[in-house]
Design a protein around this ligand. Structure first.
Ligand code: J2J
Length: 546
């Protein structure tokens, strides 16, 4: 990646964040040994039968970090990390941070389209994948993606069958006892804490890849404050269920918040209750996080489970709207409390307090983790609304960067001139300062917490020969909250079918969660005065059809 394309923090803001004790000047890659110093023999990570102590983790991270350098990777080089919830996800991420290589948090369902466009945008120099995942050959995918990237890129693979030409992550991360020398050598090349540590993907990329560069300074603060807000400590046993590359399970407080607190991270590959409940029982899990669709699935399954879930104290629920009626059912069904989380990869994170009364925990999305978070609720013209009224939330603060990487035109739209991020969420603030999410103005579909940009789908579908015009909207759904519904105005002749559109997008290498699940053929597309599809009119039309 090109550090010149990172939107810098203004010098005065950076100075303030340092002075306020938010930014401590610690590169994240130093943390594994700090943790090992405090909790060396305690188990840090559980992945199936495998258990890594804090010392094992630090030693593996260093070994892999040294080998990344050996493969030619250097500070500022971006690496696409597409791994499921396995121990190597943590080792790879921390090894990158150790030497200033920048992991880009891809998701397991991503395919050529996402990997190639993001990879080109950040000029990726390596791709890290599992050999195979849920029946898909990721090694083959990574080789194809790497060949097409603008710069030469390595392929690193986690699995038993690493092909010639690819590199075996498990082998590269195997500690060999030469810890001290290596540790000193790596300490000497730690990146400055003001560097971008990792790239997160924005929910709802608009076709222009929107990647968020989080610095060591700002992300460490985010992790520390999140862990604090959720009462994490040495007794925390966190179950990572959601895909680890999401900001939520990664750092809200999630995996990194647990490790920063001396707790234990248990990784499972799926939210399926048949896997989650036995893991809760076996590891005495105290806290986990879920999107509402997953929490709902657990509530239903908990009714007749024979597994002992009594260790569970909290479930963090966020990523999409949790209705109060569902929120009420989670606690009694799982025998724990609910903490709502309203967060975004762009920065701002809110939690309901651990001791919140049910009316707060069930009906609000919490309060910001930092006293230095600034929240502004504004009307369409950008003017502040009256206290308690609904408007768009703008936010600025010590862990909300001032722009996406390398997209100045997009930044002019997504950020105000004084550095506030436009969340696109409609919220109101209660008298106590809690955020209540009321809707959104951004054009995306939130499918079980996965954000799908309407514009991205429309651009892809419009490339199909049978399609004259396409508009994607959210179709409400009891299971996943929203599904992608496509309105298509076809060219004269036989209109395309949903299956044909799905097959065409799949062939382009588009992730499955973005593929439209409903199609309405429309001869007369309603338009706004500027000639764009009129989304409110389409939503009304869809409601009439149901
Ligand atoms: C309603 N909408 C919500 C909530 C996020 C923690 C938790 C979630 C995310 C996340 C995250 C919501 N109720 N409780 O990064 O660290 C919607 C909003 C928001 C967008 C951000 C974290 N919690 N949302 O979901 O970057 O629309 O982050 O702007 O994927 O999700 O999406 P994303």
């Amino acid at each position: 990646m090109n550090p010149d394309l990172v939107v810098p923090w203004p010098a005065d803001a950076a100075e303030t964040h340092r002075r306020n004790g938010c930014w401590l000047g610690r590169p994240l890659g130093r943390l594994p040994w700090e943790w090992a110093g405090r909790w060396g023999d305690r188990v840090a990570i559980v992945d199936g039968e495998r258990r890594l102590t804090y010392r094992d983790l630090a030693a593996s991270v260093d070994r892999l970090a040294e080998n990344l350098l050996g493969l030619g990777l250097r500070r500022h080089d971006a690496v696409l990390v597409q791994l499921p919830n396995v121990a190597e996800f943590v080792v790879v991420t921390l090894a990158c941070l150790r030497v200033g290589v920048v992991p880009v948090m891809m998701l397991p369902p991503h395919r050529e389209y996402e990997l190639s466009s993001i990879g080109a945008h950040v000029d990726a120099r390596a791709v890290v994948v599992p050999d195979e995942w849920r029946g898909h050959d990721h090694q083959d995918l990574a080789v194809r993606v790497a060949e097409a990237l603008p710069s030469p890129a390595r392929v690193l693979v986690v699995g038993d069958e690493v092909r010639p030409g690819c590199h075996d992550v498990r082998h590269l991360a195997r500690p060999d006892g030469d810890e001290r020398r290596r540790r000193r050598a790596l300490d000497a090349q730690a990146p400055p804490s003001s560097d971008v540590a990792l790239f997160l993907l924005s929910g709802g990329t608009t076709g222009v890849p929107k990647v968020i560069g989080r610095t060591h300074d700002d992300y460490e603060y985010n992790i520390r404050r999140s862990a604090d807000a959720c009462g994490f400590g040495e007794g925390t046993v966190y179950l990572a269920v959601l895909p680890a590359g999401h900001n939520f399970p990664l750092a809200s407080p999630g995996i990194l918040g647990t490790l920063h607190s001396g707790g234990r991270v248990v990784l499972v590959p799926t939210p399926n209750p048949a896997v989650v409940f036995p893991a809760v029982e076996a590891e005495r899990v105290t806290v986990t996080s879920a999107v509402p669709a997953v929490a709902l699935r657990w509530v239903a399954a908990a009714e007749d489970t024979r597994h002992d879930l009594s260790s569970l104290r909290f479930v963090h629920v966020g990523g999409s709207v949790l209705s109060p009626s569902v929120a009420e059912r989670i606690g009694p069904a799982l025998g724990c409390r609910v903490q709502q989380v309203y967060g975004m990869a762009e920065g701002l994170i809110c939690y309901t307090p651990t001791d919140a009364p049910p009316e707060v925990a069930h009906t609000t999305q919490g309060r910001p983790i930092s006293p230095y978070d600034e929240l502004r609720v504004v009307d369409e013209r950008g003017h502040p609304v009256r206290p308690g009224e609904v408007g768009e939330l703008l936010t600025r603060g010590p862990y909300t960067p001032r722009g996406y990487y390398g997209v100045p035109e997009q930044n002019a739209v997504s950020f105000t001139s004084d550095g506030f991020y436009r969340t696109g969420d409609l919220v109101r603030l209660t008298a106590e300062g809690d955020v209540v999410v009321c809707g959104r103005v951004k054009d995306l579909i939130n499918r079980a917490g996965e954000k799908v940009s309407a514009g991205e789908i429309e651009t892809l579908v419009q490339e199909l020969p049978a399609v004259a015009e396409a508009a994607a909207i959210a179709a409400p759904d009891p299971e996943v909250g929203e599904r992608v519904c496509l309105f298509v105005r076809p060219h004269p002749g036989r209109p395309p079918s949903l299956d044909e559109i799905a097959a065409a997008l799949t062939a382009r290498g588009v992730a499955a969660f973005k593929i439209p699940e409903r199609l309405e053929i429309i001869r007369d597309m309603p338009h706004t005065p500027v000639g764009k599809p009129d989304k409110p009119a389409l939503r009304a039309l869809l409601a009439d059809l149901d």
